[in-house]
Ligand binder design. Structure first.
Ligand code: PGA
Length: 252
């Protein structure tokens, strides 16, 4: 049986003073369940301090993106080894905001995924369709292309150290959540796609749902057979809201 991963994507939110209280609140309330892992992904400048504050807790830290390069003349970029150096365990790659606002192609995302793995980070690969793509009936082909680009680059075995997040773009930050059935349908499709390459990897890979997940809808989503946790934006910025989701996972 797969464990749950409940990951908070703070995006470009938070300042030092408030972060300390948020992290303390979360650390104090994480469920004591061996089946639920909690992860926080703050902006780059706060990674080291959040890692320091979480020393001795079982809450992990990750970054929101990473360079595909290891070092060198790439002004403004952050290398995967630097993230490891400051104590990150995970990194989100290919978030739809990165794809849409910063022009990250599936090839670039695959490069980041590969570089992250090479440095010992666990990539969380985000995939998902826009509303227009869903309405055009192309949800599966969009997800296939986004996932396929990474599988072609790193090979299916790499998914033993990675996580997939299905995040329908129309549900992100909109308050519109995919229904448990809508999400499950795509999660099942993603797992089948992985299984087409390697059945054992498909069975063990965590597939998170992201898009307006909150305490009120978490239990329904997390109760689905192929939903193994959440990638949470807005509701990860308040300890009580985030913990409601982690607790739903612990009861799932
Ligand atoms: P949201 O964001 O929970 O605010 O919809 C999710 C995400 O973008 O990862």
């Amino acid at each position: 049986m797969r464990d749950f991963l409940v990951a908070g994507n703070w995006k470009m939110n938070g300042y030092a003073a408030g972060n300390t209280a948020l992290v303390a609140g979360i650390a104090a309330g994480v469920p004591h369940s061996a089946r639920v892992k909690v992860l926080l992904c703050p902006p780059f400048p706060y990674l080291a301090s959040v890692v320091a504050q979480l020393q001795g807790s079982n809450v992990a830290v990750g970054a929101q993106t990473v360079s595909e390069h290891q070092s060198g003349a790439f002004t403004g970029e952050v290398a995967p080894a630097m993230l490891r150096d400051v104590g990150c365990e995970y990194v989100i790659v290919g978030h739809s905001e990165r794809r849409a606002l910063y022009g990250e192609t599936s090839a670039a995302v695959a490069g980041k995924f590969k570089a992250a793995l090479g440095a010992g980070l666990k990539p969380i690969l985000c995939v998902g369709e826009t509303l227009e793509e869903r309405e055009a009936g192309s949800t599966e082909s969009v997800v296939d292309e986004q996932l396929g680009a990474v599988i072609d680059t790193v090979g299916i075995a790499a998914f033993a150290s990675a996580v997939v997040a299905y995040e329908p773009v129309w549900a992100i930050g909109t308050g519109k959540t995919a229904s448990p059935e809508q999400a499950q349908e795509v999660h099942r499709h993603i797992r089948a796609l992985l299984a087409g390459h390697d059945a054992d990897i498909a069975e063990s890979t965590q597939i998170l749902y992201g898009g307006s997940m909150k305490g009120e809808n978490a239990a329904g989503l997390l109760g689905m057979p192929d939903i193994d946790g959440g990638l949470i934006g807005g509701a990860s910025l308040k300890a009580v809201d985030f913990l409601a989701i982690a607790n739903a996972a612990a009861q799932g």
